[in-house]
Design a protein around this ligand. Sequence first.
Ligand code: GLU
Length: 411
Amino acid sequence: MSALASTSRNFRDAARLLNLDSKIQKSLLMPHKEIKFECTIRKDDETLVSYVGFRVQHDNSRGPMKGGIRYHPMVDHEEVNALAQLMTWKTAVVNVPYGGAKGGIGCSPKDLSMSELERLTRVFTYKIHDAIGVNVDVPAPDMGTNAQTMAWISDEYSKFHGYSPNIVTGKPIEIGGSLGREAATGRGVVFATEALLNEHGKSIKDSTFVVQGFGNVGSWVARLIHERGGKIIAVSDITGALKNTNGIDIPALLEHKERNGSLSSFDGGDKINADELLIHECDVLVPCASSGVLTRENAGDVKAKFIIEGANNPTDPEADDILLKKGVVILPDIYANAGGVTVSHFELVQNSQHIMWDEEYVNAQLKKYMSGAFNSIKSMCRTHECNLRMGAFTLGVGRVAKCTVLRGWGS
Ligand code: GLU
């Protein structure tokens, strides 16, 4: 099922539980604005190359729209739409004052040099600069982008609008980024995992984990779980997967990845194939890579008792049904990976006050937001007698619908 069909189906199920008027449903589902454009750059060898760029602004009922910019070959109109919609519910679930957006370029960033990436980012920014703004839409990093990308966006945007570092979050500390932002999504995943396991009378240190994906989110998840005494028995990145039932030495793996750029040649585990990883025996499976990895084909073979969605939309609705029937407890993406946008909010708060919080304070606040959201989701689960995904969706969709009506929807 496509990412958009899957997120829209979850939206509709939540809207039904909330008894939302069909006209409100239609309005909430329809994106506020979609922009699709050409990004042509000159490569280092002087040849021209063109990519397609997107920014989808999904909803602004609760505040300026917020969401990452993704550089990945799979970026297309439908995926960006789905991800923008998920941002709307995500910001509402953790109760930060923003709507939802997402953008991206269909490109392979690892095949571009730094100067090509800079040129591409500047063209992208040029194409959207009059559609974004600190009170309108504030981009952030996502898959394939990072603090450096944000610095280029802020610089290019500033050429048209005056010095505006707050036009992005996840920027380098030196130009107003927040301490703890880089680790925030992974740290939020770990706080969410702790909350869920505690509720089930378990803890990280007594559990075994499989982490799929070793980019920014997956590598921080692995590091922080390891620090808390959890045993990571299998990991993967795009170059391969490995397992070690005695527990992978995560600090050694991080060092290896830093030195070699991938984990495939690491000798602290046995190679397995990527499909095997998802169905490996473990207590907790944490998908932290691309969307749609758990499908009706593999869901029946999943052995994990808990799934924590570090990635956006990793579970197809058909897989969801199969897993729920098996008794697997799934902590949904719009809550589990909301740590990034939560610390983006802290970044904007610090920017507006021209102060800098220390990292301990950032992390403590993040924990507070993640615990608060977990309790609110549980309360929705009790009210609507539903699973955690529907608890999170009813919480997020309900909050957005309420603001839409309060601001005068239909008048
Ligand atoms: N790209 C991240 C996400 O998908 C962060 C978005 C943000 O901070 O605005 O949640």
